[in-house]
Every structure is written in structure tokens, then in C-alpha cells.
Design a protein around this ligand. Structure first.
Ligand SMILES: C[S@@+](CC[C@H](N)C(=O)[O-])C[C@H]1O[C@@H](n2cnc3c(N)ncnc32)[C@H](O)[C@@H]1O
Length: 413
């Protein structure tokens, strides 16, 4: 399928508007009313006059209200079409763009395209996109999003990616992407829970694809992955967001960490560096919180410049700090703090905070959300200064530190 040659898919969405132009028109009218400050109840009444069934009105209202919530995920949110569940599973634009840059090629397949978050990004980096989803409603929304974004080189197929009919229709492609559905709330994180199971995707498509990117839950243990691949941990704004497994000609290393939105990345061999116990009395003047993607990828050793025994402080399973004597700038730090000292109990900490003119504290240890404000208010009620600090827990002490740099500070290039 060449650019500009998209043929609209046949939509068999039961109980919803089948005519895509009508859907665009009705959502457009509803969006105008909502954007002009119309109350949802009034907008719904107006929509109900325009469509045939309650199901259609429900769908249009869901799309309109979801659009408002999609602002943080997509730049062009005002033009896009997602249902609430589609938005929840959609690949955020910044991650989709990163993946599309890595996978750029002639012909690409998205084997579980959902409502199209990822295919929009593929469409501008690849000459042809073939996108499959077995859910007719998702495919309908994906079609609307392609139209909205002018993605006119996408062939949309409704069906089971693992079926012979679909794999034959996909044919030979350079690269294939699959972001499978996963059961909500699953804790086990097994490949067998994913739909489609990435192992089945490899079985069906290996002979017709040069390289895959298979997305799996970021807390899945790599011991459960039975095929050779590069594991790429991606963080967005300092939180691990995805784990992409690259195979074939897309695999360039064994382990990679990518920090978005900046896009800095490091790759290499994953190494365990057990954080040796750092005596709180010996913590250097600076504390740097490592981006969790770097920690998950086992690339702390590389992020700290190859130092084989860095002073690491593991605050909890997800948070590791590096202590240094001098200030260091790195895109792989989630934040940098000036270390001010440690206290063994809250009353000593309050004394130290008053000596340093502190008036506000952010509690950075694992604390029950219902306890957070009572504890913070009780500490702040005894402080008289104006300064702001962060308090971490390390072993049985409170570490006091002042944030001096926000997330992912980069060197001037
Ligand atoms: C997590 S969503 C994909 C979201 C997508 N990456 C996006 O950016 O919007 C997973 C999708 O896989 C689809 N799916 C599950 N099993 C499938 C199969 N065997 N064939 C095709 N699609 C499937 C589901 O219907 C769902 O839409």
C-alpha cells in the first residue's frame, strides 16, 4: 500500500455508527458544544438527537470525554478518537515515536494495533503499514485516527493475527510490532497471559519478518523470555513505562535503557551491582536518583561511567541513589540533590531542619498514602523556616536533601 492509497476498511461494529463520515460529523458537533463549555448532560441530549441508538450516543459521549483526558498522551489530542479503554492501552505518543524511529523501514506490520496510537507514528516513518486488530470497535477507532492524522498509507485488517488468513494477507514485511492485550491487575506477568502470546507471534511470523519489537509488561522477569532478544526498558518522565523486546535485525545489544522525552539511551551488558552498604556518615555532598529504566536494564555501571564499585544507596526496590563528592550531570539521573545530613529519629531531624531554615518537607519514603499528610503536617507544624527539602529513608535513618536539579538534566550539546 503506497502513500495516499488507503482503502477504508469495512467496519462491522455492531450497534455503533458504521458510517465513518457520520461518526466524524457527530463527534465534531459534540466536540464543538463541549469545547464551548457545554455541560456533558446537554451535549448528550444534543448527540442523542443526531444518532439512532443509545449505544451510539454512549460511544460518542465516551469518545468526547476521553478526548479531554488524552491531552497528556498525545500532542494532537483534540483531533483524536479513543474510547476510555482504548486510551488506557494506547501507546503514548513519545514512546510510539521512539519505537517508530528504531523500526523505520519500508513495510511494517502492527499485529495488535488497538485504536492506533502506534500506527500513527509508524505511518510517518515507514512507507507502508499493515495494522491488525481482532476487535472491530478498536479497528474502527484506529481508522478514525488514521483519517484524523492524514495517515494514508495504512491497510487496516480486522481479524486474529495468529490466523493463517491474516498472516497470508500480511505477507512479507520488514518489521513487525506487537503490543499485546494484558489482563488488568495481573501480578504474575507471564508471557502466556498476553494476547496474542509473543511466542505464538514469533512462531507464525518468523519466516516473513526480518525483525520484531514485542512489547511486554516492564516487570516481567527476563528469565521467562525463551528467545534471544535485546531488552529495552523505556522510562517516561522518570517512571518505567515499557519493556520492548527486539529480535532479528532490530536487536543491537543485550540491554538498553531509554529515557523519554529526552531520548538519551545507553546499551550494553546487563550487570548486577549489589549496592554495597554506604555508611550515612560517608555519603558524599550530592545524591543522584538513578532513572529506574537504567536500574531495570542493569546498566547502572555504564550510567556511572564504568565505575565498578559506585557508592549506591538502594532506598527501596525501585529507587537507587548514587552518592558523589562532586556534582555530576547526567541524563540518566531522575533528579539531583544536595545532601544535608541524616538523623536517626524525627525529633533530631526537626532540630536539624530548624537549624537550616527549612519550612517545608516532601516525604520520599514508602508511606501509606493515608499517613502521608498527617506525618508531613506534624513535622511542618514544628518548623519555622522557608526552605524546602526532601526526606528519604535509608536503613533506619532519615536523609535530608535539597533538590537542586529536576529530572533528566542534560549537558549543553
Ligand atoms: C494493548 S492494545 C494495543 C494498543 C496499541 N499499541 C495502541 O497504541 O493503541 C492490544 C490489542 O490487541 C488486540 N488483540 C488481542 N489479541 C489479538 C489477536 N489474536 N489478533 C489481533 N489483535 C489482538 C486487542 O483487541 C487490543 O486492541
Amino acid at each position: 500500500m503506497e502513500k495516499g492509497s488507503t482503502q477504508r476498511a469495512e467496519h462491522a461494529t455492531p450497534g455503533i455508527i458504521k458510517d465513518i463520515d457520520r461518526m466524524i460529523d457527530v463527534v465534531g458537533q459534540g466536540w464543538e458544544l463541549l469545547s464551548a463549555g457545554g455541560r456533558p448532560k446537554k451535549v448528550r441530549a444534543a448527540i442523542s438527537d443526531l444518532v439512532k441508538t443509545v449505544g451510539d450516543a454512549d460511544l460518542v459521549m465516551d469518545v468526547l470525554l476521553t478526548r479531554k483526558r488524552s491531552k497528556g498522551k498525545f500532542t494532537n489530542w483534540e483531533r483524536l478518537y479513543f474510547t476510555s479503554s482504548g486510551l488506557r492501552w494506547a501507546t503514548p505518543e513519545v514512546a510510539a515515536e521512539h519505537c517508530a524511529r528504531r523500526m523505520a523501514c519500508g513495510r511494517i506490520a502492527d499485529l495488535a494495533c488497538g485504536q492506533g496510537g502506534q500506527i500513527i507514528a509508524f505511518s510517518s516513518r515507514c512507507s507502508e503499514v499493515v495494522a491488525i486488530d481482532k476487535d472491530p470497535l478498536n479497528l474502527f477507532m484506529a481508522d478514525l485516527n488514521c483519517i484524523a492524522m492524514g495517515a494514508d498509507n495504512v491497510d487496516l485488517i480486522c481479524g486474529d493475527s495468529l490466523s493463517k488468513a491474516v498472516s497470508d494477507r500480511v505477507g512479507d514485511v520488514d518489521h513487525a510490532f506487537c503490543d499485546p492485550a494484558r489482563p488488568p491487575g495481573s501480578q504474575e506477568r507471564k508471557l502466556s497471559e498476553l494476547l496474542p502470546d509473543p511466542r505464538d507471534i514469533l512462531k507464525v511470523y518468523s519466516g516473513q519478518v526480518k525483525g520484531f519489537c514485542l512489547e511486554v509488561p516492564p516487570y516481567l522477569s527476563l528469565d521467562k523470555v525463551p528467545f534471544p532478544c535485546e531488552a529495552e526498558y523505556v522510562s517516561i518522565d522518570g517512571r518505567v513505562n515499557r519493556l520492548n523486546l527486539y529480535t532479528g535485525d532490530l536487536a543491537r545489544s543485550t540491554s538498553t535503557a531509554v529515557v523519554l522525552p529526552g531520548g538519551d539511551s545507553i546499551s550494553g551488558e546487563s550487570r548486577e551491582i549489589g549496592p554495597g552498604r554506604v555508611d550515612p556518615a560517608e555519603i558524599g555532598g550530592y545524591l543522584h536518583e538513578l532513572d529506574p529504566a537504567v536500574v531495570k536494564a542493569g546498566l547502572v555501571w555504564k550510567a556511572v561511567g564504568g565505575d565498578s564499585s559506585p557508592d549506591l544507596i538502594e532506598l527501596d526496590r525501585r529507587r537507587t541513589m548514587l552518592s558523589t563528592g562532586k556534582d555530576v550531570l547526567s541524563p540518566f539521573f531522575r533528579g539531583t540533590y544536595k545532601y544535608m545530613g541524616s538523623a536517626e529519629d524525627i525529633s533530631t531531624m526537626i532540630e536539624m531542619l530548624n537549624e537550616r531554615g527549612v519550612g517545608s518537607v516532601t516525604l520520599r519514603w514508602k508511606i501509606d498514602p493515608s499517613d502521608y499528610w498527617p506525618v508531613r503536617n506534624s513535622i511542618e507544624s514544628k518548623l519555622s523556616g522557608k526552605g524546602k527539602v526532601q526526606i528519604f529513608r535509608y536503613e533506619d535513618r532519615y536523609l535530608i536533601a535539597e533538590k537542586i536539579r529536576p529530572i533528566h538534566a542534560r549537558k549543553e550539546k
